[in-house]
Design a protein around this ligand. Sequence first.
Ligand SMILES: [Zn+2]
Ligand SMILES: [Zn+2]
Length: 344
Amino acid sequence: MRAAVYDAPGLPLRIAEVPDPRPGPGQAVIRVSACGVCGSDLHATTAGADLARRGAVLGHEVTGEIVEIGPEPVGDWTVGDRVYAIPLGSCGRCPHCLLDRPEECPNQITFGALGPDEPDGAYAEYLTVSLSDLLPVPDGVGMEVAALCEPLATGLVCVRQASLDIGDRVLILGAGPIGLAATIWARFFGARRVAVSERVEHRRELAMRLGATDTIDASSGTDVAAQFAELTGAEPDAVIEAVGRPGMLNAAIAAVRPQGTVVTGGVCMEPDSFDHLLAYYKEPVIRTARVYTKAENQFILEMIAAGRIDPAPMISHRIGLDALPDAFEALRTPTDQCKVMVLP
Ligand SMILES: [Zn+2]
Ligand SMILES: [Zn+2]
């Protein structure tokens, strides 16, 4: 099959012929319909980070069609089923997997090659996945939109970790896919105000389309906390950090109300410091956000199918596999892109 192979930091992805994947016990092979390009793929392949496995295939925001089912199948799947694959790959055979709670699997290995031991991902024509990680794509939901389930799940975890109360005011730092997904869910779960700070005008507009009540131009020199207070009449009860650069955690602590909640949704790839004295006085709850459950993913697909959320505007570009190496490099200095969807 054809795939985009990652060789080393500083080199663009390379389209190559690689061996066709075969399903092991409890696994299926899917023909990839859509795979979103994720910021973590960019982070992991920068020279400084160098986290991705060399010679591997990245990509973990994927929908596809089952083309082959391996031995010892679990669940009620057949060839031709349209599926979304949860990338927190489970073994499919332990008691947790057999009870349909793959997020508790002790043998979990995320696919998408973001670590030295992780299996290949979906910037390719085909992908091997555990049957226990699959969810059906509901009728009427397009495969591209269903592939947004992964960033939507990460945004949902951010909002879950923020433990919102009725009528809370929320500040979201950054309107990339995770910040936008968190915007959708903060609105969905009843925040009174959802203000999104972002430098890029086009992304601020997108935030408004997806449910933000206010936006703040975060260009240099802006006092985001002061602007938030001016717009909403109070400090934010929760701040969701979705940029992942040094200094952002401190900015979130500086903006949140005393004893409010800070969620680190953006992953900062280098050690970062914050003002302990400021945190000491404010006593914020600081929480990370990583693992979503299968039930949460199921919920997201249902909400899309029911028309209660519409994440489709997050997709800014649709490309074939051949265009991926160039598009991937272009995303390192983003301009008007949001979610780039690869349609192999
Ligand atoms: Zn992702
Ligand atoms: Zn398992």
